[in-house]
Design a protein around this ligand. Sequence first.
Ligand SMILES: Nc1ncnc2c1ncn2[C@@H]1O[C@H](COP(=O)(O)OP(=O)(O)OP(=O)(O)O)[C@@H](O)[C@H]1O
Length: 620
Amino acid sequence: MQISDTLLRELEHLHPKQRAAVLYLGNVALRAGPGSGKTRTLVARIAYLLQTQISAFRGVACITYAKAAADEIRRRVLHSGVRAEGRIACSTVHSFCLNEILRAFAPLTGQPALQAGQVLNKTAVESLLQRCFDQVGIAETLAQYRTNENTRIRRALACNEPLDAFDPREVQAARLYEEQLTVREEIDFEAMVMRAVRIVRENESVRDLLHARFPHLIVDEYQDLGGVLHELVTTLHDLAGITVFAVGDTDQSVYGFTGADARYLTALAARDDFYDLELDVNYRSGQDIITAAEAALGTPRGRRARDGAPPGTVHLEQVHRGLEDHARLACDLTQEAQRRQISPEQIAILYPQRGPLLDALHSELTRRQLDFLHERDDKLPDGTISHFIQRCASRAVTNYQIHSAPDTERSDMLHRAEAPSLAALARDLTTLRTEAHLPPPASRLFLLRALQTCLDPQPLYPASASAYDWLQQLRAILALDAVATSHPDQDNVTSLDDLARLCRSKNLMLQDLAQGEQVIGKVLLTTYHAAKGREFDTVILPGLLNGIIPRNSIPDRGKWRSPTAKELAEQRRTFYVALTRAETALHLIVGPGYHTRSGYWQSKGPSDFVIEMVQRLPPT
Ligand SMILES: Nc1ncnc2c1ncn2[C@@H]1O[C@H](COP(=O)(O)OP(=O)(O)OP(=O)(O)O)[C@@H](O)[C@H]1O
């Protein structure tokens, strides 16, 4: 088997430690800080395995925390010269468990295949949990506010972990919830992983087949996964003999509220049968940004910028009034960066969570008519079909933007565009049809033509085209309604009608549907959590005030309480993640206080995280 020129060049560019991680053929636990090239190393590892170690009939499974990261990794592997679309199973842990284990092996283990609507959506999960709450007599809080806690309890139950920290009635409700799922023959996201672990444990033939198909398993962001996933990985390794390549950073562990715990990554690295490797060069940020971020973290890691990297700039900006001033300054800084020829999608304004800060930012960006992309949670319906439609919209809009740009900018825009290809969308649709037990499209060519009609017509759809009309055409040409009604995921059943209603009632444009997928030419407004794994030339962090970051009160069973030390530490790590997204410029905006949404003035001053960071920095 031969290594492509692209991969050879990539291997030459890698740091010797990154290369060692790629070429080592056993298990690897790669622990490294932000910007150290974990994702780049992981992509090279997959490409290397596919090109040199695995026969053409076998593949690599790669588990990521978010779907966008999975798409990005697949795109980059294919970009590195590997002709192996069908050999990379790159998905979130839930999709991996559902598609590669439960769906693939249900018949083999005597279980029926998943039928239409059997995979519960968020609303169905909440209403089932509410019934369990009612049955065990929890009356003081609504189940919809306790779904994260329910997940943590279920994960602890599945891993036989101590339950002392949980309310015993909620533990009882979680047990009841599990029983109800079994009785009703339904499944939710959490149950996918637990059932997949069980199937692998109990069936030698499933283990053999999984190993035959995926001799290598790659896991990204290991620190963000909980005990159940760790159990899945160790089961696949210990019982099925699959080689594991796990990548992560304990300092970037920010999903503790779902039961994630960085100790699982440490446990993996401590095993004798794992090569424990650390990377210490940060290729993303200038040294001043790295030093500031480590000062904010409070644990010196001694990471250094690559040789010759400009130091970058960290600006501490002070405003004298409320959040409107933060928003105005954030917009001024954005416009200033654009005047320095920084392209809009290289500028990110990050906020920790929804609230008055986001309200102020949103209205100021809108008032100034700055082209921005606000990645809102829950804005468009959830579900794989809704996600597929958003990807289609992103492809159509990006195509339009590139074609309508002046000749001189086109090649640069093409280089920066991250929209999916027609081939990737054709593959997604084929998978959706298979999951819905529908026959595959007449032919691949037919499918590509259909997609082309909807996404690249002549003349192209402008980004401001009516989303409703476009969606109706897409629905009809790709027969999406048939897929939605027969698909096991409940989210999909109503998502087409919900999307159409939303497009109509809000007069959405095609570019609004494309939100969530990267659209070139827009400044990004998103949360610290959603910025994880990404990088921008300029990062602006407004609203660095006590009460906003760190939050000083957390909703808990219908009341507010102070954050625990563990929760505070997690907020600090989230702040660290936000700081480490910047390549050359980092702007931190502080002030005296802010008005809450109810109009109450909170004057707790600049964020303690910023004050401590400044105190720890060497005097300049
Ligand atoms: N050996 C290298 N030489 C030059 N640039 C590199 C090298 N390795 C990584 N990079 C670049 O550094 C940047 C950060 O890499 P990458 O996103 O893979 O880091 P990461 O460890 O996944 O970061 P994070 O944990 O913050 O998400 C990217 O722009 C990448 O191309």
